[in-house]
Design a protein around this ligand. Structure first.
Ligand code: MF3
Ligand code: CO
Length: 253
């Protein structure tokens, strides 16, 4: 498994790609309200990505038909935007977006409430977000890859939530998915040693019920096997000799 170490120039390109993505993402987040369709979010996302000189990296990726993944309620990830999926008060929606700029990929995801949502849904969203921050406490040169996985799992286990195992985080750079794979569930081994210059997309996918997921007939949409709610939180992160740099989180969203 060859994990690439990015040079200073490459890191600057990653930063730029991530900065643009965060801007697009913040705009999409502001569109979320009851009555909007997931297709409208996708259309706007693709338009904005192209307007800033980027290329939507999800579009046509292994045949994925859209630029933004829109996953509602029990949909975990890779929900396909549709004209007839209209957000309703009380729903939760995960947006996952990415782009290529100057040949470098960026990738991020957040889960949002639509209007006012149940306390349980909010708790799931908050715990999923916090699990990312627990994970990146270990995203430092000298730590091992699975220290991140175990930190996420330790935190989530305290809630009794399910941790999705069939999908994982990943290295990112000139490709959307590079080595290494980054599981969010407990690992018995340590994994590779982290080094400054690695760029990783760390993305816990957490459910309010079982960890088991299924694929819908569209072959993309991943749903919880028991119909429970799911949340997703992802950033592209740079490993440094000190604190990790969260490239898709400059403060906009
Ligand atoms: N954030 C997702 C991932 O890392 C996005 C890829 S979805 C696809 O796998 F649509 F591009 F396939
Ligand atoms: Co990703």
């Amino acid at each position: 498994m060859a994990v690439s170490i990015k040079s200073k120039t490459e890191i600057e390109k990653m930063r730029e790609s991530c900065r643009l993505l965060e801007k697009v993402f913040a705009h999409l987040a502001s569109m979320i309200e009851p009555g909007i369709s997931t297709l409208e979010i996708d259309r706007e996302g693709e338009k904005e990505i192209r307007a800033c000189g980027g290329i939507p990296n999800f579009k046509n990726y292994e045949g994925y038909p859209a630029s933004i993944c829109t996953s509602v309620n029990d949909e975990v990830v890779h929900g396909i935007p549709k004209k007839n999926v209209i957000l309703q008060e009380g729903d939760i929606i995960s947006l996952d977006a990415g782009l290529i700029y100057n040949n470098y990929h960026s990738d991020m995801a957040r889960t949002f409430g639509v209007g006012s949502i149940s306390a349980e849904a909010q708790r799931l969203i908050d715990a999923t977000k916090q699990s990312f921050f627990e994970g990146i406490k270990k995203a430092r040169a000298g730590c091992h890859l699975y220290d991140i996985s175990n930190a996420i799992a330790d935190y989530i286990d305290g809630f009794g939530y399910g941790i999705v195992q069939d999908l994982v985080g990943h290295g990112i750079g000139t490709k959307l998915h590079e080595d290494p794979q980054i599981p969010n569930f407990r690992q018995a081994r340590r994994g590779i040693r982290l080094r400054a210059g690695m760029t990783l997309a760390i993305e816990p996918m957490i459910t309010a019920g079982t960890w088991e997921v299924e694929w819908l007939d569209d072959d993309w949409t991943v749903v919880t096997a028991d119909g429970s709610l799911a949340a997703h939180y992802e950033n592209t992160v740079l490993i440094t000799d000190g604190e990790p740099e969260i490239l898709t989180m400059s403060g906009l969203i």
